[in-house]
Design a protein around this ligand. Structure first.
Ligand SMILES: [Zn+2]
Length: 75
């Protein structure tokens, strides 16, 4: 493929100029919620480690701000 369009499907690392979605790795944050789900993901270059950004995990349902789930313990 010789598509030179700078599409979102073929990003390029500004540091090492490696291209391709497969060169971007995402890893969950080390901080996790009580259920073990990561709070956010870090997207970074697989080659040089350049961090593209941090994005929130996919959420389902209506958006909600940070919540402290405080349920009554021991009904
Ligand atoms: Zn890179």
């Amino acid at each position: 493929m010789s598509d030179e369009q700078n599409s979102i499907a073929d990003p390029r690392c500004p540091i090492c100029e490696v291209r391709g979605m497969d060169k971007i790795v995402s890893r969950p944050s080390s901080e996790t919620a009580k259920r073990g789900q990561p709070w956010f993901f870090v997207a970074q270059c697989a080659d040089c480690g350049h961090i593209y950004g941090v994005f929130a995990k996919h959420t389902f349902g209506p958006p909600a701000g940070p919540q402290l789930v405080v349920k009554g313990r021991g009904n």
